[in-house]
Design a protein around this ligand. Sequence first.
Ligand code: ADP
Ligand code: MG
Length: 401
Amino acid sequence: MELMLGRDIATQKNTYLDATGSRAVLVCGKRGSGKSYTLGVVIEELISVGTQDVIPIIIDPMGIYHTMALRNDKQSNELYQWGLTAQGFNVRLLVPGIPEELYDLDILIELQRRGVEVIPLRLNASDLSPDGWCDLFDANINEPMGIALFRAVQNLGENRNFFTVGALIKAVQNDKRAKDTSKEALLNRLEAAQNWHLFSEEEYLPMDNIFIPSLVNIVDVSRLESGAYGRRNLIVSVIARNLFRARSDARLREEFGLAGKLPRVWMALDEAHQFIPDSTRSLAKPQLIRWAKEGRQPGLSLVVATQQPSAIDAEVLSQCDIILSHKLTSRDDVMALNRLSQDYMGGELRAIIGELKRTGQAVLVDDEQESVSMLQIRPRQSQHGGGTKASVIDEDYDLWK
Ligand SMILES: Nc1ncnc2c1ncn2[C@@H]1O[C@H](COP(=O)(O)OP(=O)(O)O)[C@@H](O)[C@H]1O
Ligand SMILES: [Mg+2]
């Protein structure tokens, strides 16, 4: 399975990314250098060549990828030169919460007119670990509130049992060991969490009902607060954990020659520094590190895009076996990337990146092939959204502060 990303600037040959196995990909470059556009190319290719065998997912913190439902008529001449045609894709816009509360009605009507399927995304409360729950509530696991919460989540989740936030509330109410004051504080937060309308209150929701192969699965987190312990991070954490489990189960079945329930997954995170910050913790970080380190076996690929490679967790960076770097100028970021230089490059990465000139040009480093090339990314078949829209919501927002 080969993804055609663009053309080698020196040889004019098409350049491919081998996606037969699982990969961990870093897409970087300064603001406006073409990262989100390139993510879109990767997703288009996954759908074109991956067919039913791959689930492409985009975590969309800017709310820009729904335009993939539209054809890119603006670049139809360029597309023709590449032997491609403008094309809209089937888009599933998964909205964590209640769509009518998060979007104006006009927007929902317009999305529907464009053929975008808008679906409320519900998660399983049991897919957040005891630590994750404590982090979400900013509860120290050595203090009364944290101890009570950790205990409740652990007891309910024993043997991978499903539970709801409602069940968690009951467990805390019935906890004889916890003090009333810490119970009170905890119950307030759990009730707030219930009002997010993010968690299933009925039954376990398997991932193969949520994410569908061969179409664009967008998790639109743009309407939610960011921040290391905000809802955006919560959602990514829960999805990553659930998918890891589901794919590990599917992989085991595949090894016995049985059909797996869930195809392989490629998950792309735009603005990834929000989820895997360097040196500090975040709700999603432990799960994403696990994906990067252990995801290959269960068939989980990760694509992280950022304008600030220096702000991304070093462990994840070092796990990336493909780097696609657009133009980078900040010294810290160039140096962070340069640390990933390898002998086969025949020079330091920073020198190669320094040669990039235009938007849409990128250096492709492939550790598997031990190759480095400079390429022009191919034009998009579907419309690129966004441009330079500023993020609406505060980066450092914390739900409980
Ligand atoms: N390969 C490309 N070919 C043509 N235009 C591109 C290409 N990559 C990016 N652009 C244009 O450059 C602008 C910025 O791209 P974008 O991907 O949004 O930047 P970033 O995500 O790095 O901030 C967009 O308006 C987009 O249309
Ligand atoms: Mg972008």
